[in-house]
Design a protein around this ligand. Structure first.
Ligand code: HEM
Length: 346
């Protein structure tokens, strides 16, 4: 039984939203320790397709280290700083209103919602797609061409480097935007995973509005791989269903954040003027969506997607209670023990 005096603020966040689950999640180590992996110095994990993961994250406005970032990395702050109400219930969000929550006994205050998806990754199908795109770009036997193709699919190179020019500030792997630097997706394809998952200021005609609206759909992400490490230097690695990633994210409004990203951006066959293709990493395969296009001159590189690269195996939505909710639960009378029909009353 939970008791108020057990120092719950340590477990679940106090009345201060900056100690809430969202803020604590944000501080969690992004890397699952794995001595066998290369890039040991990176603070980011490498997922089974071989990319650095967990790189681009929103910055929660008001947290001490975000205040510091505002001073030393103003351009990156401008791109990634998001109101706390996007992650903490009851705080001001990007719509400039307090994110609503269940009001009984302030139950939802400082809580968050947590999304988990177990996603199998089909490394063989991924490698086949990379090879197919590489053959459209140049000599697919060249490792550098294979890496170029891998970069186009994700929208980042596998070492995390962005495909668009960095902002002049150039302070982190997330210091890049799309507007004015990437006409028609020649550098970073419009259909690539990261561009769909966070279009940033993509709309050339209204970059500021585009960035403001994109910030209503940010999520705090973490990935933890499971299964044997795929050998991505061997592009003929056998396909297996036994490896994948546990995708986790925290947000204040699942419909407007996690689900919006999936439905309106990743799975949208007409996303940002694209016609008849969907996200190459996470989306399934409708008959009309079996290709991926990397714009190029003199002609685009187009590859057919014969198999999905990932399959959702399971998952769930969870409420992360704040301190108020736990205190309220702790004060409720214990339910009566169910009567045991095998014990006879004397
Ligand atoms: C097996 C499944 C997935 C894999 C392998 C994967 C991999 C990646 C990688 C390598 C990146 C680029 C590095 C980074 O910024 O972290 C990335 C970015 C991202 N992914 Fe995924 N991802 C998967 C599923 C998803 C799902 C289901 C969603 C949401 C519905 C999602 C949302 C995002 C977002 C929001 C970004 C950051 C975009 C940005 O701000 O630049 N991903 N993902």
């Amino acid at each position: 039984m939970l008791r108020p005096e057990w120092g719950l603020e340590l477990a679940c966040g106090g009345t201060n939203p900056h100690d809430s689950h969202a803020a604590i999640f944000n501080r969690l180590e992004r890397r699952a320790p794995d001595p066998k992996r290369p890039h040991k110095k990176s603070k980011h994990p490498i997922e089974h397709f071989g990319y650095l993961d967990g790189v681009s994250q929103p910055m929660i406005k008001g947290l001490p280290r975000v205040k510091y970032a505002k001073e030393v990395r103003p351009e990156t702050y401008q791109l990634h700083a998001v109101e706390p109400g996007e992650f903490v219930l009851g705080e001001k969000n990007e719509r400039q209103i307090k994110t609503p929550y269940p009001e009984l006994a302030d139950f939802g205050k400082n809580g968050s919602f947590y999304v988990v998806r177990q996603m199998a990754q089909h490394v063989g199908a991924y490698n086949q797609m990379v090879k197919g795109l590489a053959a459209e770009i140049g000599d697919a036997s060249e490792k550098s061409v294979l890496e170029d193709a891998a970069g186009k699919i994700m929208g980042r190179r596998r070492d995390g480097a962005p495909l668009t020019d960095m902002l002049p500030e150039n302070k982190s792997l997330s210091s890049f935007s799309f507007a004015g630097r990437n006409s028609g997706g020649l550098q970073c394809p419009v259909s690539s995973h990261i561009r769909r998952a966070n279009p940033r200021d993509s709309r050339e005609d209204e970059p500021e509005t585009s960035l403001r609206l994109s910030k209503r759909h940010r999520i705090l992400r973490r990935g933890r791989i499971y299964g044997a490490n795929a050998d991505n230097d061997n592009f003929d690695a056998e396909d297996q269903d036994k490896q994948g990633v546990l995708f986790m994210c925290v947000n204040a409004d699942i419909a407007q954040q996690f689900e919006f990203i999936q439905q309106t951006w990743l799975n949208n066959p007409t996303f940002a003027g694209v016609d008849g293709e969907v996200d190459p990493i996470v989306s399934g395969l409708e008959p009309s969506e079996k290709r991926f296009t990397a714009p190029a001159r003199p002609r685009p590189a187009i590859v057919k997607r014969d198999k999905p690269l990932t399959t959702v195996k399971g998952g769930g939505y969870f409420f992360l209670p704040g301190k108020n909710a736990l205190l309220w639960l702790a004060k409720q009378p214990a339910p009566a023990a169910p009567s045991d029909p095998t014990i006879k009353e004397k």
